[in-house]
Write a protein that binds this ligand. Structure first.
Ligand code: NAG
Ligand code: ZN
Length: 473
């Protein structure tokens, strides 16, 4: 039974007429969008196809992949506060200037600089075994000799309340369902375990798949709770520890971790292709330039960074200057707490009313399928109509989120203030296999899929930036 049927049966009793004919998106939008506006949007078909052709078959074919590969091979991972990150920002500015785009601004801000040292977990009982791990962001160090303690396996936070974990190492073993459902065990696990007296906390990596690969990520201590060392372990080791524990075996681990934490100055980078009619109005495309300290940060978020870099570059090369300004933003320090995005929102608060639409790609740049849109009904209908221009590349899916909804990590900071925006939808079913691991390298990326991403991102931003009307809010 689908929701509509359920709705009509249920509501029939309560307020009969109301739910009987719940209109589809198509019906709602056909009432909201004027014939003229639909005609105007469909008139962008030729320019959309020109962009797609230029990127997929013309001079830009393979460029996104090649440039991304050169970038990640040169700088490697780009953790917040590192010199590599700052050098990579300088490099992005340099390659943008080479394209004849000189409206580039960097905005300095203070960011955390957490450096992973040595990390080792040894299972001491019931037998000796090395446990694969990656410390979580900002984790504190252990004493030199490490922390040796017995394990308590915890399946969920409810169970944590019922078990004694005083002086123990908590091992969270949530089975991956969705990222948002399971990630709290990584992000809040240490704080919650420490509150109950645990001496360290480990989490089964937040991923559906593993070849003994731990996945790092951010975690947040709470001010009034002891900071305990915390790390992610592989699915294989977590599940083995769980099986041993459930058989009643005493599992003892020695956890040794070192790290340092201070602050540094980093930069958000803003690249503008000035609009021809209303240059003060902005359509933003964005991705984050920082990454975790493992792998190459090719997928997270090198791909999003490079399709966003490519949008003004491709338009400039094709001499397609929309009415509104296209601004590419390379966010700094997404991974350690959206620090760049918060800085941008605050710094530009007085003029953020000029953001007409804001886009972000930070969940992979595999074949694009459409956009997840935050905004009012009219805004969503307009974007849905624009997406119809992308049927030829199968990127017409509109996923509707309400006003103030988050449709991306960095841009969520802005869309939750009511600015309409969109996150890239793509065939990212395997995204979390590689996310925050040594496996996030160019081997995950495909030239053809990146070309589709660049073509879609560029053309969608162009059309929205050139329309005769603003995206309403
Ligand atoms: C779009 O989907 C069709 C049908 O599945 C397929 O033949 C075509 O290759 C796809 N196009 C792209 C660009 O992926
Ligand atoms: Zn990311």
């Amino acid at each position: 039974m689908n929701l509509l049927q359920y709705c009509s049966i249920f509501v029939l009793i309560v307020v009969s007429a109301n739910c009987k004919n719940v209109p589809s998106v198509e019906e709602v939008c056909s009432k909201l969008l004027s014939k003229d506006l639909k005609k105007e949007i469909s008139s962008y078909k030729d320019v959309t196809n020109e962009i797609i052709k230029y990127v997929r078959e013309g001079e830009f074919k393979g460029v996104t992949y090649d440039e991304l590969a050169k970038f990640v091979d040169t700088f490697g991972p780009r953790p917040s506060g590192s010199q590599e990150l700052e050098d990579s920002i300088d490099y992005m500015i340099e390659i943008t200037k080479k394209e004849g785009i000189h409206d580039i601004v960097t905005e300095e801000l203070e960011v955390p600089h957490w450096v992973r040292g040595e990390e080792k977990i040894t299972m001491l009982e019931p037998r000796t075994k090395d446990i694969a791990l990656l410390g979580l962001g900002k984790s504190v160090s252990t004493p030199t000799e490490g922390i040796t303690a017995e394990v308590v396996v915890i399946e969920d936070f409810t169970e944590l309340e019922t078990k004694s974990v005083e002086g123990k190492i908590v091992v969270y073993v949530p089975v991956f369902t969705t990222y948002s459902d399971t990630v709290p065990y990584r992000s809040q696990g240490a704080a919650r375990a420490a509150e109950r007296g645990a001496v360290a906390s480990l989490v089964r990596s937040i991923t559906p798949f593993s070849i003994n690969s731990p996945h790092t990520g951010s975690q947040y201590y709470e001010d009034d709770v002891t900071k305990i060392p915390t790390a992610a372990i592989s699915l294989e080791d977590a599940d083995m520890i769980k099986r041993l524990y459930e058989r009643g075996e005493k599992v003892v681990l020695n956890v040794k971790m070192t790290s340092t934490l201070d602050t540094k100055i980093s930069r958000n980078t803003l690249v503008d292709l000035k609009g021809s009619g209303n240059p003060e109005k902005l359509v933003i495309v964005s991705g984050h330039i920082d990454s975790w300290d493992v792998g190459q940060g090719a997928m997270d978020d090198g791909g999003g960074l490079f399709i966003s870099w490519a949008a003004p570059v491709v338009l400039k090369r094709l001499n397609l200057i929309p009415k509104r300004t296209i601004r590419a933003i390379f966010w700094t320090t997404e991974e350690l707490g959206l620090v760049g995005a918060y800085d941008y929102e605050e710094r530009h608060r007085a003029e953020n009313g000029n953001i007409n639409f804001i886009m972000e790609s930070d969940e992979g740049t595999f074949s694009p399928t459409g956009l997840e849109v935050s905004g009012n009904q009219m805004a969503r209908c307009i974007v849905g109509e624009v997406l119809k221009l992308f049927k030829s590349i199968n990127a017409s899916t509109l996923v509707e989120k309400g006003e103030y909804a988050s449709v991306g990590s960095d841009i969520g900071v802005l869309t939750k203030t009511g600015i309409p925006g969109a996150g890239l939808l793509n065939e990212n079913e395997k995204y979390f296999w590689f996310h925050h691991t040594e496996g996030d390298t160019m081997n995950v990326e495909s030239p053809e899929e990146l070309d589709l991403g660049t073509a879609f991102w560029t053309a969608a931003a162009y059309v929205i930036a050139d329309l005769s009307i603003d995206i309403p809010r």
